[in-house]
Design a protein around this ligand. Sequence first.
Ligand SMILES: NC(=O)c1ccc[n+]([C@@H]2O[C@H](COP(=O)([O-])OP(=O)(O)OC[C@H]3O[C@@H](n4cnc5c(N)ncnc54)[C@H](OP(=O)(O)O)[C@@H]3O)[C@@H](O)[C@H]2O)c1
Length: 391
Amino acid sequence: MKTAVLGFGTVGAGIYEMLQRAEGLEAGPVYVRKGKADTPWKTDDFDQILADPSVEAVAEAMGGLDPAFSLAERTLASGKHFVTANKMLVAEYGVRLQEIAERSCAAFLFSAACGGGVPLLHNLALARQADEIVSVQGILNGTTNYMLDQMQSAPGGSYESALHKAQSLGYAEADPTADVSGLDALRKIRLAAAVAFGLLPTDGFSEGIENVTAEDIRFYQSRGLILRLIAKTARTEEGVSAYVEPVLFGKDAPEAAVRKNYNLASYEGRASGLISFQGQGAGRYPTASAVIRDLESIRCGARRMFPEGTANGSADSPGSCSRYFVRTEKAFAALFPGAERLAEENDCVRLKTAPFFAKTMHSLVQTIREEDGRVMFAALDPLAEPEDYLC
Ligand SMILES: NC(=O)c1ccc[n+]([C@@H]2O[C@H](COP(=O)([O-])OP(=O)(O)OC[C@H]3O[C@@H](n4cnc5c(N)ncnc54)[C@H](OP(=O)(O)O)[C@@H]3O)[C@@H](O)[C@H]2O)c1
């Protein structure tokens, strides 16, 4: 199956290289910016790719929405298969692209858009056919995991030095906002929600790691707790939840063992129980391997990852109920009724709250920030203190 590649950066170059060796696949033209087609196998003319009947599939690795969305629309409308590593594109326009794919009988797959080389979506799409998926969660952003790992392995490691190190190794972009705010992980868990539950959330909430200090880490470590950034989605009676927040785990939890920029993605099936995948969530070859896997799946007849009837909707479930460790100013402590005071220093107080739904906690914190208050929080994994899991 001859496949054109859109974009020749980190991932696109990996896809092109792997296409040369993949059995049953063939590298087609590589689409680059106007005036940058400096070899015969590159082109800056997308119409030429569409008009070429020998090109059966297009793999997109440009990123962003424009022109990725219009090229995706045109590819699928022409009946060619479309695979992508672009989480922004699928989170924003996945449902529309699926509708176009259905009309033209083309395939639309996007494994690489969530977890890079970690085969979460691929297996979720398979598992859903035989099992009811209850929840999906994991460490889905390698940059923030690397930074938290740095802060927790180097005594006194600051957020700023961890970010600088992640940038110097190429794990974090010059503008790291999407990673450190949790937005990147939220986009990925929205895709997982769509594949698992047939609802692509248009919203969700996220707390990243920007407010984590070296003192917070020292405090958690003194209690034997490890901090990770976790993305979660679940289907409950209230609907589907989708959110990202820092979570504290006991030292024996699998999440605590996920070091450097690795990902850990898990789903829970009603029949299968918990299934986990750990590996490289980004990087040229891990990500390209997920794109090649999608192309192989198409050769074997796969046409979709979203369940039939997948629609956009609101993630209106309040999420899990957990106790939270909170650091805030004393003036805001009363917002957490029944909280245990763990430590106080100057104007700062550390609390352990009663169990709260994630949505309640995130909106309380938003209230504090709207009043210019300082606050940082992390959920306590129920297994870190089993007797505390009350609701
Ligand atoms: N990097 C990873 O580890 C990873 C992991 C999972 C998913 N992804 C996703 O994969 C996609 C690509 O990421 P990347 O890291 O490979 O990015 P990248 O290194 O910046 O590569 C993007 C490539 O697309 C080209 N491009 C952008 N806009 C274009 C346009 N309008 N016309 C033609 N070419 C255009 C760029 O060309 P110029 O150089 O000329 O700008 C560049 O060659 C993104 O959606 C990203 O989220 C990446």
